[in-house]
Design a protein around this ligand. Structure first.
Ligand code: GAL
Length: 413
């Protein structure tokens, strides 16, 4: 065969084999802040290293509300992405729609049941089949503190909500903002859930915000939680409405504010700014929650793809749970690996603490799902509860009124 014709034949042969192997992995997510985007880029790199094409579909808006609206539109119009960042009970809701593919092949081949803590595996399965792949474990009940600001104000970070008011007042007297916050419903709820957990403890939290038990919601503890939220609200600056979470984090990074209540994706911002834990910033449990851990597991659901080779989807799921990806992604993202027994030696002290607290709280009963981050409630109730808490923050609604509205919101399905 003529060399030229040989080369053409070879090229054709190669081209022929490539389509069967290489696919396009379009991923819908909301990771657009500095640390988040850096983390997502690691996934892109690894997927492309496997010969696939990464198609990024990032929807800005921390917490993911915008992304979920866009996802619904795409699915309804028959144009779902290959994978989408969806978490908690919503995974079951999507699976019940019959639009998801299952990951039986890769999950069996890679023995996911032995790789994952049951508390994680159960969230990813629908009727016993994996329909989602977990990416990490975020802890939500953190307080990020700037030690320099505390030193200048001559106070120690508060360990309980009872001592919080006095400490925050001294910080303001020293010329700093006490609480850096972004006035968006999901951020308001992130603060409220740490308060509810700190005021009532894990057993109360589970009854009121996981089981949505009316007796637990309609209790003096919930009143105290709203009273405390009202007090903390006083210590936020007037420009906080609508502020993005990562801009609030940068106020702590820059020493303008003393503290922020946020999940450890905030640590991704400190890391991206080259800040050192224990020196430039402190990662502390939110007041009253040192023995508890509110978990938020990022995960990707995968959609059934008509006539599409599932190889790329399988490779995507396998990459997400692979040790190299778990290592580099979580170091950038601020979360901890989801794989059991992952070697934490190259992680910073905050991550090491998170990993040991995750195991300890799982034993002690202090491990609870984050309701502010869609890990605990049916989506309809979660959305309604989020609105009650946020409208309480932005009005002079009484705590008693807020409890009455919460009871109604908790009934939504
Ligand atoms: C959470 C998500 C995190 C982080 C955060 C801020 O809901 O699980 O990964 O991205 O929103 O956007």
């Amino acid at each position: 065969m003529q060399p030229r014709r040989l080369t053409l034949a070879l090229a054709a042969a190669c081209a022929f084999s490539l389509p069967a192997f290489a696919g396009t992995v379009e991923v819908l997510h909301w990771w657009t802040s500095g640390g988040e985007a850096k983390s997502a880029a690691e996934l892109k790199k690894m997927i492309e290293a496997k010969g696939h094409t990464w198609k990024d579909f990032a929807v800005a808006g921390g917490g993911g509300d915008n992304a979920m609206t866009v996802l619904k539109t795409r699915v309804v119009s028959g144009n779902p992405p290959v994978a989408a960042q969806v978490k908690g009970p919503a995974i079951q809701e999507w699976a019940a729609e019959g639009v998801l593919a299952n990951l039986d092949n890769v999950s069996k081949a890679e023995k996911w049941d032995s790789l994952l803590p049951p508390v994680v595996a159960n969230v990813m399965k629908h009727k016993g089949h994996y329909v989602a792949v977990p990416v990490n474990v975020h802890r939500v009940n953190w307080m990020w503190a700037n030690p320099e600001v505390f030193k200048k104000a001559g106070v120690q970070p508060p360990k309980s909500w009872d001592e919080f008011d006095a400490v925050a007042t001294k910080i303001e007297k020293a010329g700093f903002i006490a609480v850096a916050h972004g006035g968006q419903p999901w951020q308001d709820n992130t603060v409220f859930e740490s308060i509810a957990l700190g005021v009532g403890g894990p057993a109360y939290y589970n009854k009121a915000f996981v089981k949505l038990d009316p007796a637990a919601i309609n209790s003096p503890t919930t009143i105290k939680a709203f009273d405390t939220l009202r007090m903390v609200r006083k210590h936020m600056d007037k420009d906080m409405p609508g502020r993005d979470w990562n801009l609030a984090t940068s106020m702590v990074i820059n020493g303008k504010a003393a503290m922020q209540f946020m999940g450890d994706w905030a640590k991704g911002e400190f890391a991206a700014a080259g800040k050192v834990p224990g020196k430039d910033y402190l990662c502390l449990a939110a007041p009253g929650t040192a023995n508890a851990f509110t978990f938020n597991i990022d995960s990707f659901i995968v959609f059934a793809q008509k006539n599409k080779d599932m190889k790329a989807t399988g490779d995507f799921a396998s990459t997400v749970l692979s040790t190299p990806f778990q290592e580099v992604f979580n170091q950038n993202k601020g979360s901890i690996p989801v794989r059991l027994g992952h070697d934490m030696s190259k992680f910073d002290d905050c991550a090491k603490k998170s990993a040991s607290d995750f195991v300890a709280s799982n034993k002690s009963g202090g491990l609870v799902p984050s309701f502010a981050h869609q890990m605990a409630q049916p989506s309809a109730a979660q959305g309604a509860i989020q609105d009650v808490v946020s409208s309480f923050m932005n009005s002079n609604m009484s705590s008693k009124e807020a409890v009455a509205k919460l009871l109604e919101a908790a009934k939504k399905r």
